[in-house]
Design a protein around this ligand. Structure first.
Ligand code: AP5
Length: 206
């Protein structure tokens, strides 16, 4: 059985960036946001129903998340998994309890830092995330912005996240699997913190 982690943090805290890096270490990356955007892009009935919610920075219903993420997880029972953006509510965390997570990793970061990052985020055609200031895309690459990367929506997404954060922290502190990352640090330093945590959680070979 592989390690099962969830990365929890506000928009722009870098959880997606770090989760993608773990793919190289054999983790299955499960991004609830990417899954919801894929539904929207595919034009499914569910995608049409959630499009305005995602674009406006609100939360999609727990039931939709159970259907989309839950069905994916049930097909990857033994894999090493890094969840990114899920759970986001106490109900989602309680529903996820069956997965027996090894760690809930909180990406702690001041609002001013994440708002700067979100303002400078662009996405390459293969899904690579770039930061226009710190790691810009190669010259000439066609990049796009996410529909919800708009300053007014950033504030709403942040407020939405903060309103559920305390309950999630309390839940995982109580279970004893909460860990904290200084997510405001440069990318390589955040990655080093994640790797150190994984090393601590990985049972030593005998
Ligand atoms: P989702 O796609 O999960 O978005 P989010 O939580 O708002 O988070 P982001 O993807 O914006 O940020 P991130 O923390 O991954 O940062 P990133 O690595 O990109 O969700 C979108 C929407 O879907 C939600 O608003 C909601 O509507 C819906 N949804 C999703 N999950 C849901 C759920 N469970 N329940 C209900 N609804 C749900 O980094 C940001 C930028 O910073 C990038 O430019 C990056 O290059 C840069 N960067 C990253 N790390 C560093 C660093 N260390 N130093 C400097 N720059 C960095």
């Amino acid at each position: 059985m592989g390690l099962r982690l969830t990365f929890i943090g506000p928009p722009g805290s870098g959880k997606g960036t770090q989760a993608k890096l773990l793919r190289g270490a054999g983790f299955v990356h499960v991004s609830s946001g990417d899954m919801l955007r894929a539904e929207i892009a595919a034009g499914t009935e569910r995608g049409q129903a959630i499009e305005a919610t995602v674009a406006g920075g609100g939360l999609v219903s727990d039931q939709v998340l159970f259907d989309v993420v839950g069905s994916f997880l049930s097909r990857h029972r033994d894999a090493a998994i890094v969840l990114d953006g899920y759970p986001r509510t106490l109900a989602q965390a309680q529903q996820l309890a069956r997965l027996e997570l090894d760690a809930a990793v909180f990406f702690d970061i001041p609002d001013a830092v994440l708002l700067r990052r979100l303002g400078d985020r662009v996405i390459g055609p293969d899904g690579t995330i770039y930061d226009l200031q710190l790691h810009p895309p190669p010259p000439g690459l066609q990049v796009t912005r996410r529909a919800d990367d708009d300053p007014a929506v950033h504030q709403r997404r942040l407020a939405t996240y903060r309103s559920d954060e305390t309950a999630l922290r309390a839940y995982y502190e109580q279970i004893g699997i909460a860990h904290h990352i200084h997510a405001e640090l440069p990318l390589a330093e955040v990655q080093a913190q994640v790797q150190a945590l994984i090393a601590r959680l990985t049972p030593a070979a005998v």
